[in-house]
Design a protein. Structure first.
Length: 254
C-alpha cells in the first residue's frame, strides 16, 4: 500500500504542476492579447480587387468570405468593385478606390477612404453610433440609420446622404448634412475646412449601389418568409390533423 501511495504521488504532482502552468499561461495570454469579437467580411468581389494585410506585408487578390480586421486595406482596379459586411452594415467600394480599416471591434467601426468612392448602408441604431469614415479632409460620423456615399477625388471629400443624417468635422469647421444633400469639403491655404452643398450624383456607382440594396432587401424578405413557413408548417399540420380526427370521430358517431 505504501508503494502504491508513493507511485500515485509521483504521478499526480507533475500533473498538478502542469495544470497550474497551463492555467497561468492561458490567463497571461488573455491579459496580453484579447482579439476583437467582430471582424468584417468580403461578401462580394467583381473584377480585380486587391487586399493588403499588415501580417502578410503584401497585396494579394481579394477573395469572397475573407475576413477583414484592423489594418487591412482593399483596393479596386478600374473594373473592380467590392462589398464588405460588418454585422448588419454593408459597405461597398467603387472602381479605382482604396479603403483602409482603421479600427474594428465590438465598440466601433472606423474606416479611412484614401481615394475613390464608397457607400454604407446602416440598418440599426447600434451600427450608427459605432460607424465613422475619415479622409484627409476630416471625419464623417453617421447619426441615423440610412444610406450614405463618400467620395475622395481631386483633393476634396464628399458625403451624400441618400437617407439619414451625417456630421462632418474638420479643421475649424463642423457641418450637419441632411437627407437628400451632397456636401463637398476641402482644406484651404489657411488649413481651414471649406464646404459647398450640391445635388446628389447619379452615376454608375450610384446605380450599382441602389440595385445591390434592392437585391439584398429582396433576399432578406424571402428569408423571413421562408422562416415563417418553416415555423408555421408544424402548426398547420397539427391543426389539419386535429380537424381530420374530429371529422372521423363525427363520421363514426353517425
Amino acid at each position: 500500500m505504501k508503494f502504491i501511495h508513493h507511485t500515485v504521488a509521483r504521478i499526480t504532482r507533475p500533473l498538478g504542476l502542469a495544470m497550474a502552468l497551463l492555467v497561468g499561461s492561458v490567463a497571461a495570454g488573455n491579459a496580453w492579447a484579447d482579439p476583437p469579437g467582430r471582424v468584417g467580411r468580403v461578401s462580394d468581389v467583381t473584377g480585380q480587387v486587391w487586399l493588403y494585410s499588415p501580417d502578410a506585408g503584401e497585396w494579394i487578390s481579394a477573395q469572397r468570405n475573407r475576413p477583414l480586421t484592423t489594418g487591412d486595406r482593399l483596393s479596386t482596379e478600374a473594373s473592380g468593385r467590392a462589398e464588405v459586411r460588418i454585422g448588419s452594415t454593408t459597405v461597398r467600394l467603387g472602381s479605382g478606390s482604396e479603403l483602409e480599416v482603421k479600427g474594428i471591434d465590438d465598440e466601433h467601426v472606423s474606416l479611412q477612404l484614401h481615394s475613390g468612392r464608397m457607400s454604407a448602408r446602416l440598418r440599426d441604431h447600434d451600427s450608427v453610433r459605432e460607424f465613422e469614415v475619415t479622409t484627409p479632409d476630416g471625419k464623417f460620423q453617421t447619426q441615423r440609420t440610412g444610406s450614405y456615399r463618400f467620395d475622395r477625388v481631386d483633393e476634396q471629400s464628399e458625403v451624400t446622404v441618400l437617407s439619414g443624417q451625417a456630421l462632418y468635422e474638420g479643421p475649424g469647421s463642423a457641418l450637419t448634412v441632411y437627407s437628400g444633400q451632397r456636401a463637398q469639403f476641402w482644406i484651404d491655404t489657411n488649413d481651414r475646412a471649406q464646404y459647398s452643398i450640391t445635388e446628389p450624383v447619379h452615376d454608375a456607382f450610384a446605380s450599382w449601389t441602389r440595385d445591390r440594396d434592392r437585391s439584398v432587401s429582396a433576399l432578406r424578405k424571402t428569408s423571413v418568409l421562408m422562416s415563417l413557413v418553416a415555423v408555421t408548417q408544424p402548426v398547420v399540420r397539427r391543426v389539419l390533423a386535429a380537424a381530420l380526427d374530429a371529422w372521423k370521430a363525427g363520421e363514426t358517431a353517425e
